[in-house]
Design a protein around this ligand. Sequence first.
Ligand SMILES: [Fe+2]
Ligand SMILES: [Fe+2]
Length: 259
Amino acid sequence: MIRVLFLGDVTTRSGRQIVSERLPQLKQELGADLAIVNGENAAHGKGVTLKIVQQLKAAGADLITLGNHAFSKHEILDHMDECPDLIRPANMEPADAGQSFAIRTVKGKRIAVYNVLGNVGIDGSTASCFATMQSLLEQTEADIRIVDFHAEATSEKQLFFQVFHRQLNAVIGTHTHVQTADEMVQDGCAYISDAGMCGPYHSIIGRDIDEVRRRMILGEKTHFTPAEGPAILCGIFFDIEEESCRTVSVQRIQERPQQ
Ligand SMILES: [Fe+2]
Ligand SMILES: [Fe+2]
């Protein structure tokens, strides 16, 4: 059996802290063979830096996926070639920065991990997520295929899963930062609408509550303010049978801070 661990959007300092603390233990406790972490909000809530990529790697992230905030910290664009484990959305500009999939060999099986951006209710995509996924599948030779589908609309995520589940081993939704309880396996493919967030628990999807209140209710032009305080850790893990290369089970992980 190959066990894959996936942690949802690492958000701000408290998210990085909890991942640094818990990921090494989680990998060991679960016996995970591959750990994938979405890092799109790891740097002050938007984007990622080389230093943070290195921190997440040091904590045990084998691969780091991104999302619509992939390049919000522009400095990462100068370091994409130094980050072979960083995967950016395939249908997003700049198209030539870094890679939109990576292949790792685990227990003799080639595992491809992709990152695709949704089109509904989310900015930044440059092409249909469906056409993009199809093209990625045609470009890659792998035994096992996993996609971080970074999207807003649950309907789009469910449709994406229904369209591609026979060609994939996991469709993992990210971006909303709120974990859904709809994990399942269908025809050898795991699914969850959203893996959730690793980030500040008392927040509005990682942002300071008062800052969002002033912006949304009072109409003030506020600056993005990451929330402080202890973090929730969210993700999933799933098992893939080696012989058939089919996913056979999936489980959610959600660790809330002590109240
Ligand atoms: Fe996010
Ligand atoms: Fe996002």
